[in-house]
Write a protein that binds this ligand. Structure first.
Ligand code: ADP
Ligand code: ADP
Length: 232
């Protein structure tokens, strides 16, 4: 579902260059929950941002669902991006919009008919358990509730892939577990491919099928979670 080939990202110019990713290869299968773990500065957020081309790779290929996104023009890329949902550490909600409107936002952008938007948003709010909070603003919600809005919004355009950028790092342990459980439910229910990055071992161990360890811009170890982390 996702395949990164020889992915390289170099920030800066001649004077000060930082190689964030160097020739990284990674393959994530359809329907799996794949975790990338590594220390701060290892290249995790660059990696995840390169997958939807929020960050332009310096070199290499980014295949999502059979298309190399690095080869697309602007319009085609926009269309493919709709099939890639993303959630963030700090939720990135629109603070002046209600829960309902935050979730509806990706659909309003693409001119979806109103009745269709309503049906979809209602379904998603039920899925994440926020039906009673639809009229509230982000400031009136707990962290866990905000992330539920983020998840519902990410699912609005029926993505093939969900990217999670340190999605539970701003949450307390109990809330983290409830969000991880929700992600697992969504993965099972829709066979949705999930790629997450984290610096927390607990996140990897509780929901990931496979894991890769990233260090200085490359994958240094990879495999089923039970094999990578339960070695003698
Ligand atoms: P992680 O998410 O694992 O902490 P990052 O992908 O944020 O790692 O960073 C990888 C490396 O790239 C670090 O050395 C970081 O300083 C550098 N880096 C990240 N973003 C930028 C940027 N916009 N400009 C310059 N250097 C950057
Ligand atoms: P407008 O056409 O004026 O933009 P909307 O239908 O988008 O009106 O909605 C106006 C407000 O009502 C929105 O801010 C939204 O929060 C709320 N709203 C719209 N549809 C629903 C719905 N099905 N359930 C709950 N709230 C809704």
């Amino acid at each position: 579902m996702i395949e990164l080939k020889q992915l390289t990202k170099i920030y800066g110019s001649k004077k000060k260059m930082t190689t964030a990713l160097s020739g990284l290869n990674l393959k994530v299968n359809k329907g799996e929950i794949f975790g990338v773990i590594g220390h701060s500065g290892a290249g995790k957020s660059t990696l995840i941002r390169c997958i939807n081309l929020l960050e332009r790779p310096s070199q290499g290929e980014v295949w999502v669902g059979g298309t190399d996104l690095t080869k697309l023009g602007k319009r085609e890329l926009q269309q493919h991006r709709r099939k890639i949902g993303m959630i963030f550490q700090h939720f990135n909600l629109l603070s002046s919009a209600t829960v309902y409107d935050n979730v509806a936002f990706p659909l309003t952008l693409t001119g979806t008919p109103k009745a269709q938007i309503q049906a979809k948003v209602n379904e998603l709010l039920a899925l994440v358990g926020l039906e009673e909070h639809r009229g509230k603003y982000p400031a009136q919600l707990s962290g866990g509730q905000k992330q539920r809005v983020g998840i519902a919004r990410a699912l609005a355009s029926d993505p093939d892939v969900l990217l999670c950028d340190e999605a539970t790092s701003a949450l307390d342990p109990q809330t983290t577990d409830s969000i991880l459980k929700l992600l697992l439910d969504i993965n099972r229910k829709f066979n949705l491919t999930i790629l997450l990055i984290t610096h927390e071992m607990h996140v990897i161990q509780s929901i990931c099928d496979r894991v890769a360890v990233i260090h200085e811009g490359g994958i240094v170890e990879e495999g089923p979670v039970t094999e990578v982390f339960l070695k003698p």
